[in-house]
Design a protein. Structure first.
Length: 81
């Protein structure tokens, strides 16, 4: 599980065994976890984050989208969509 970015209490990462899914990022804080698609930023799933916090995380993913997508392609290869 490579950590791609840390921002305050949030850890952004992806699992190294998910190459058959579109580019996405997992975000954890304490016992809360969310998954965001990164090509067209959208929430994929959420366990434990409030609506307010999800809005903040959505902005975080949008702000770092290019970096996150590049990290995905660097890890899995450029042909993994």
């Amino acid at each position: 599980m490579p950590t791609i970015l840390r921002s305050g209490p949030y850890r952004l990462y992806f699992y190294s065994h998910e190459p058959n899914e579109p580019p996405h990022i997992h975000i954890d804080r304490d016992n809360a976890s969310a998954k965001f698609w990164t090509e067209h930023v959208a929430l994929a799933c959420n366990v434990g984050f409030s609506v307010h916090e999800l809005g903040m995380l959505l902005q975080l993913v949008r702000r770092h989208r290019r970096f996150l997508v590049e990290a995905w392609h660097d890890w899995f290869g450029p042909d993994k969509q």
